[in-house]
Design a protein around this ligand. Structure first.
Ligand SMILES: Cc1ncc(COP(=O)(O)O)c(C=O)c1O
Length: 370
């Protein structure tokens, strides 16, 4: 098979900037000429526009997704020794943020089908000896697929545990018509350039319906200030940048349309790929298709085969959190351990052509053909 031309597989952040080039330049000019560089009109407008998109009262822009998790956990004012339960198949940023908030992590295995937090494993943790210290569950909507929301919500509600979302990979995903980011007590989001809604650098936000929590977060992101130069609580400097907010405002109106194109690409892959395990979509949910992750026991060989065919791929993630030196953790996590040996993310973003998707399918099928 001839390798596909290089432009078949543009890099998503590059292509996204190119697509919005003129509008972004206008937005940058407006921002620079305003002379208002920190927590100005662009941040306020982006927070309002994202809140409208999510149908939620409050969005608080912060410096990154990691900061969003840390600040959200700090804003809850949990007792010392509190533990946060989170899936072991997640980016290391999540566990790092929990630690920075001064809390412990309790890792939980994932569902075999969706690779999101497993409700049964969560229940076993909460009803076991370490369960009493768990005050928060952080539901990570991995790859753009929502966590099994109803079972996880019920488990938390029955035990008085706070349920938070990590919606960094799930911009625009929904559960029963409600947006990821508007389901739990509050949600953290990242706008890292590769995300479905991506800035041109680091950026993040917290969304919540809770007025008091929102107020606390606005203080925490800026030195704990109640008013200028008067700190009421501890706080850090983690403000969403005006420039990033202006760029995000350009891109937000395209998110739904781009996610719809991601859905078409996922359907095309699902129809044409053979011989690998395909991702599923839970009934009642819309998937944001941040990643299209297939599984095979011959993952590394397939990856090499694709590379030789000129097709990019990635592994999300090469190790579960409990397997990483910084977060080593006792417990059994069979599904996450199998997943990290098998997962392969195929090209997925709204600028991919059908011909590019077909070239990926042909290369995968050539490899798996008996
Ligand atoms: C699920 C998830 N949570 C948190 C983060 C951290 O976000 P950031 O890189 O903006 O700090 C990321 C992104 O890397 C992520 O994918």
């Amino acid at each position: 098979m001839l390798p596909p031309p290089a432009h078949f597989f543009p890099d998503f952040p590059d292509e996204d900037q190119r697509h919005h080039h003129d509008a972004i330049l206008l937005a940058l000019r407006r921002t620079l000429e305003s002379g208002n560089f920190v927590l100005g009109e662009e941040v306020v407008a982006f927070e309002r526009e994202l809140a409208r998109f999510l149908d939620i009262p409050h969005v608080i822009g912060v410096g990154s997704g990691t900061d969003a998790i840390e600040l959200l956990l700090r804003a809850l004012d949990l007792p010392g020794e509190s533990t946060v339960a989170l899936p072991t198949l997640a980016p290391s940023a999540v566990a790092a943020a929990v630690r920075r908030a001064g809390l412990q992590s309790a890792l939980v295995d994932v569902e075999d089908e969706t690779l999101t937090l497993c409700p049964h494993a969560l229940e076993a943790l909460l009803d076991g000896p370490a369960g009493k210290r768990v005050k928060v569950v952080l539901a990570v909507h991995l790859y753009g697929h929502l966590v099994a929301w109803e079972p996880v919500r019920r488990i938390c509600e029955d035990r008085g545990i706070i349920l938070l979302e990590d919606a960094a990979q799930a911009h625009g995903a929904t559960h029963a018509g409600t947006a990821a980011g508007a389901l739990g007590r509050a949600a953290a989001m990242s706008f890292y350039p590769t995300k479905n809604l991506g800035a041109a650098g680091d950026a993040g936000a917290v969304s919540t319906r809770d007025d008091a929590l929102a107020e606390k977060l606005r203080r925490l992101r800026q030195y704990g200030w109640r008013t200028r130069h008067i700190s009421e609580t501890d706080g850090i400097n983690s403000r969403l940048d005006e420039v990033q907010a202006a760029i995000l405002r350009v891109k937000l109106p395209f998110l739904a349309r781009h996610n719809a194109r991601r859905g078409e690409i996922a359907a095309r892959y699902t129809k044409h790929l053979h011989g690998v395990r395909l991702p599923v979509q839970r009934p009642g949910c819309t998937h944001a298709w941040h990643q299209f992750v297939i599984r095979t026991g011959r993952r590394d060989e397939l990856r090499r085969h694709l590379e030789l065919a000129g097709i990019p791929s990635a592994v999300h993630y090469p190790a579960a959190l409990h397997q990483q030196p910084a977060f080593a953790h006792a417990g059994t996590f069979p599904y996450a351990e199998r997943a990290v040996a098998e997962v392969l993310s195929l090209p997925m973003h709204p600028y991919l052509s059908d011909a590019a998707v077909d070239a990926v399918c042909a290369a995968v099928n050539e490899f798996t053909r008996p």
